[in-house]
Design a protein around this ligand. Structure first.
Ligand SMILES: [Zn+2]
Length: 330
């Protein structure tokens, strides 16, 4: 039984409180999917410091998290862990200057090779659009409004700092302080190829990041869907009974099993289409969300789930079998 102590944080009574204390000194920030935070976060208060797990989608949402932490403790945030390199888990990093940024080797590569160039391109494009709008001045009232909006957009982008993990690891890393142990674990490919989870063995809690979507169809943009199931099995093998997802409410072991079943069912649904030789378009156009998952959030991701599964199954079936051993030389 999960005893969730809710902190009001000055929110009106009708609003669901965002910060949940799930154990002594362990907090989850479960956010609305419609807000600017996008993904969940959490933090653990140690004897002398605080460990943060994920920082939301914007610097402002990261600031909100910092404020929420300040309402609980004045100990400094010493470590900020990024579950993976996606923007909705990392773009609040800059709200924690002075903290060590921690993540997998692969998440660091993703931020440097994907997110950083994407941000540079977006900023360059925003600058050039701004120059084009500025050249037409004084212009109409509509044009001036567009110019102001474009300036705001450029300013927002230019305030953003893309901060990759600096303390990285391949398989695992432990943080110990005052008798509490935090284990950061890479369990295998899944949502990306660099997801890590934060396990509190003493409290039987896991912050799972996007390896676990709770009652939601997952984002598979950078996923390895055929490997994801085994990675969720490794997640289920951890000694834990509370699982904080990257998206959705704090879950139980049964909720993680439901997500594991979803990945299994997705493969079972798509494989016959690949075996029959259906085209990708046919598969995406005809395979529907099973009733068991029809009430899950993010239904709009389902066609992309079918597509990714189709492509990976096709690749697997096309893989050349290993060559036979060459005959021994005489
Ligand atoms: Zn993600």
């Amino acid at each position: 039984m999960l005893a969730v102590l809710l902190l009001a944080l000055g929110l009106p009574a009708a609003e669901p409180p965002e910060i949940a204390q799930i154990a002594e000194g362990v907090y989850a920030r479960v956010v609305s999917p419609d807000g600017n935070a996008v993904a969940n976060s959490g933090f653990v208060v140690l004897e002398h410091s605080v460990v943060v797990f994920d920082t939301h989608f914007t610097p402002e949402a990261g600031e909100e998290l910092r404020t929420a932490i300040r309402a609980v403790t004045d100990r400094p945030v010493r470590y900020v862990v990024n579950s993976h390199g996606h923007t909705d888990h990392t773009h609040g990093n800059q709200a924690f200057p002075g903290a060590h940024l921690v993540g997998s080797d692969r998440a660091r590569r993703d931020v440097i090779e994907v997110d950083l160039p994407a941000w540079e391109r977006a900023l360059a494009s925003a600058e050039s659009q701004l120059r084009a709008l500025g050249a037409a001045l004084p212009g109409s009232a509509d044009e001036r409004t567009r110019l102001r909006q474009q300036q705001q957009y450029r300013d927002t982008l230019s305030r953003l700092r893309i901060l990759p993990p600096q303390v990285t690891f391949e398989r695992g890393l432990a943080i110990r302080e005052g008798g509490r142990e935090i284990r950061l674990l890479y369990l295998g490919a899944g949502h990306t190829q660099g997801d890590v989870v934060l396990h509190l063995p003493g409290e039987k809690i896991v912050f799972a990041g996007d390896l676990f979507f709770n009652r939601a169809i997952p984002n598979v943009e950078d996923a390895r869907v055929l490997e994801w199931g085994a990675t969720v099995d490794a997640l289920l093998a951890l000694d834990a009974d509370t699982f904080v997802p990257g998206h959705g409410a704090v879950g139980s072991r049964e909720d993680v099993r439901a997500f594991r079943r979803y990945l299994h069912d997705l493969e079972e649904l798509v494989r016959p289409a690949v075996d029959r030789g259906d085209s990708l378009q046919q598969a995406v156009g005809t395979i529907e969300v099973p009733a068991a998952y029809a009430a899950w959030r993010f239904q709009n991701f389902f066609p992309a789930n079918v597509q990714k599964m189709y492509i990976e199954l096709k690749e697997r079936s096309a893989a050349v079998p290993p060559e036979a051993e060459p005959p021994a030389k005489r």
